[in-house]
Structures are given as C-alpha cells and as structure tokens.
Design a protein around this ligand. Structure first.
Ligand SMILES: O=P(O)(O)OP(=O)(O)OP(=O)(O)OC[C@H]1O[C@@H](n2cnc3c(O)ncnc32)[C@H](O)[C@@H]1O
Ligand SMILES: [Mg+2]
Length: 214
C-alpha cells in the first residue's frame, strides 16, 4: 500500500484527516513518526505555508507528504487572524487564549457584521523538491458568536456558528463537520487531483517509455 506522511502536529486536524481518508487505499502516517521539529511557517499565504510544511515532512521522512495550512479569516478584522490563526494570541498560544483574543477584538462588532470563513490549503509533494506539487484550497463561511458553545473539535470551532445547521462547529456531530468543513471540501478536491495525477497516469502509462517521472 502506498504510504504518505501527514505533515501536521495538530491532534484535532489529525483526527479529522483519519476520518476524511478512511476510504482511501493509502496509508496516511503522522509526521511524528519521522520528525520532531516543526517547519517554520514563514509564508504569506495558506498555500505557501502548506508547501513549506509538506516539503519539510517529505525531506525528513523520504516519503511523499501532505500538509494542511488553515485558519480563520474574520471580515470585520480585514481577514485576520488568517495565516496567523494558530499564533493569534502569541507564539504557542492555546486555543482558549486565541478564542479569548478574538472575542475581545470583536466585542463592539454587531451580530450582522461578524461574518468569517475558515480556509484550508492542502499541498502534496511526491518528494521534498517536487516542482509540480498538488495544491487545492477550500473555504467554509459562518458567523463568530459572542460566546463559545460546544466542546468538540479544536481551535476556533466553539465560536464558529454554522447558519445552515444552527449550531457551532464544536456542537456539530463529527460526521457533519467532516461533510461541511473547509478541510472536507479541500480533501474532496484533493481526491479529484490525486485521481487525475497519481492514479490515472499509472493506469495509462502516459509517457512513451511507460515510465512516469512526475
Ligand atoms: O501547522 P500544523 O502542525 O498543521 O498545526 P497548527 O495547529 O499550527 O495548524 P496551522 O498552522 O494550519 O494553523 C491553523 C489554526 O487555525 C485554526 N483552525 C484551522 N482549522 C480549524 C478548524 O477546522 N476548526 C477550528 N479551528 C481551526 C486552529 O486554531 C489552528 O491552530
Ligand atoms: Mg502550524
């Protein structure tokens, strides 16, 4: 079975990915099996940071790697915390500290102006230096509440109200979050790309020699 490394140290994400990849014919291994240090997320976009993390994990493991860079962009804050979502309240901040800072930043913003989106970028590299990575993005729109609700999920889930379900992301049954979320939609797009780029070429032996390089 083909092995790929999942380049994330976030337990909440890893749990979601294990459900999202449950029907796949590949072994998705956590990066903790191969490396201890985390990549420095120096990019200016979710896509750049996802690529940095995927290359880092592939370099350390010698295996293909998939990374997720994600975060919350709040309309009233001009898209903040965005790519800085994990470190909004400072390096190493807890989810509770980040949520507290967000509530404080939005304390004077009325309900109708509290729109926000979760964004997810996925980057897959076959090797650390892969010049043609597979990249896809997705978003999930909602509203930031004035107080947390629900105890499932991670990160900003307790503050992220999903209008279609009338619940926060932390109150949704896991299978519902894994159907609706930014991550779920990005994985759907990735599945399509994976099929087009990794499965079909193998089946069709698309080069004249029958050898597939990239
Ligand atoms: O970089 P890795 O190791 O994957 O772990 P991380 O937690 O640092 O992940 P990111 O750099 O991608 O930062 C994403 C932050 O955005 C938030 N976030 C992303 N997806 C989320 C989701 O589905 N629900 C709630 N919060 C989410 C959460 O606070 C994350 O810490
Ligand atoms: Mg991170």
């Amino acid at each position: 079975m083909e092995k790929i490394v999942l380049a994330s140290g976030n337990a909440g994400k890893l749990k979601e990915f294990s459900q999202l990849f449950s029907g796949w014919q590949i072994a998705v291994l956590p990066q903790s099996e191969f490396l201890q240090d985390e990549a420095e997320e120096t990019g200016l976009s979710f896509i750049e940071n996802a690529l940095i993390k995927a290359r880092h994990a592939s370099r350390a493991s010698g295996l293909p790697a998939l990374a997720d860079d994600s975060g919350l962009a709040v309309d009233a804050l001009g898209g903040a915390p965005g790519i800085y979502s994990a470190r909004y309240a400072g390096a190493g901040a807890s989810d509770a500290e980040n949520n507290q800072k967000l509530l404080q930043a939005l304390k004077d913003v009325p309900a109708e102006k509290r729109g926000a989106s979760f964004h997810c970028a996925l980057a897959f590299v076959r090797t650390a230096d892969d010049p043609v990575p597979l990249v896809c993005t997705a978003r999930w729109s909602g509203v930031i509440l004035a107080a947390p609700a629900g105890d499932q999920g991670f990160g900003y889930d307790p503050l992220f109200y999903v209008p279609s379900e009338q619940l926060t992301s932390a109150q949704l049954p896991r299978e519902v979050k894994n159907r609706l979320s930014h991550r779920a939609h990005a994985v759907k797009k990735f599945e399509q790309l994976w099929h087009e780029e990794m499965v079909m070429p193998e089946q069709q032996a698309h080069s004249a020699t029958g050898t597939k390089f990239f």
